[in-house]
Write a protein that binds this ligand. Structure first.
Ligand SMILES: C[S@@+](CC[C@H](N)C(=O)[O-])C[C@H]1O[C@@H](n2cnc3c(N)ncnc32)[C@H](O)[C@@H]1O
Length: 214
């Protein structure tokens, strides 16, 4: 099962990942600004889904946000709790959240949807939609590409998206893009993109067409 593969792959390299990426100082300033611009929501809870070491949850909390983090990997959750004792973290999967319907004002999925196979994305976005309030905001960070497809990520298979394609999938799930950030490769890092989207309109039932609803 995909989730089990992802969990065991990150568990095996958790210490290395935490050392390389585990603080907000290691995050591009433009990304922190993007996340803060859209998810510094007060009042209302914000979930950092696939929070990894928990640094972005901690960053949101430093902005006064009622943020909490969820991840598959026990080593990440243990680290996050120790590094950010004032923040709540718990084990779980974004595919099935232990969260009441329409109770969450914002969701951050920063490089965590990258491991969701495209065929499973609609179901995950439907789960996001279930827990979010009607005016909720979703922020997604991902590897940018010309088209959607898998690649050999260092940890476990990941999927890149073209920003237009992912925006279309978000729209199909009822999330309307409000801002996009793109940064080309600098030779070290892969091309990056982020999309902020708000709940709007009804999800499109069935079919493969992508379009936005106002
Ligand atoms: C590339 S890391 C990103 C971690 C963190 N958001 C960051 O920016 O450093 C991907 C994370 O997503 C988590 N993840 C992947 N699939 C998940 C799922 N179905 N539910 C919860 N977490 C998941 C992994 O365990 C891992 O911590």
């Amino acid at each position: 099962m995909n989730v089990e593969r992802v969990r065991s792959a990150y568990s095996a390299i958790a210490d290395v990942y935490i050392g390389l990426f585990g603080t907000s100082r290691q995050v591009h300033a433009a990304d922190l600004a993007f996340i803060g611009r859209h998810l510094a929501i007060r009042p209302g809870g914000v979930l950092d889904l696939g929070c990894g070491p928990g640094h972005l949850t901690g960053y949101l909390r430093s902005l006064g946000v009622d943020a909490s983090g969820i991840d598959l990997v026990p080593e990440f959750i243990d680290h996050a709790r120790a590094a950010h004792p004032n923040v709540g973290y718990r084990l779980g999967s974004m595919e099935s959240l232990d969260v009441a319907d329409h109770s969450i004002a914002g969701i951050l999925a920063w490089y965590s949807l990258i491991h969701v196979p495209p065929r499973n994305l609609d179901a995950v976005l439907a789960e996001f939609r279930r827990v979010m309030t009607p005016a909720g905001t979703l922020v997604v960070g991902f590897f940018d590409g010309d088209e959607a497809g898998p690649f050999d990520h260092k940890v476990v298979t990941a999927y890149r998206w073209s920003a237009d394609e992912l925006s279309g999938r978000l729209a199909r799930a009822g999330f309307i893009e409000v801002e996009r950030e793109q940064r080309p490769s600098d030779g070290t890092h892969r091309p990056h993109a982020a999309i902020a989207a708000v709940m709007g309109g009804a999800p499109v039932q069935g079919g493969g067409r992508t379009f936005r609803r106002g």
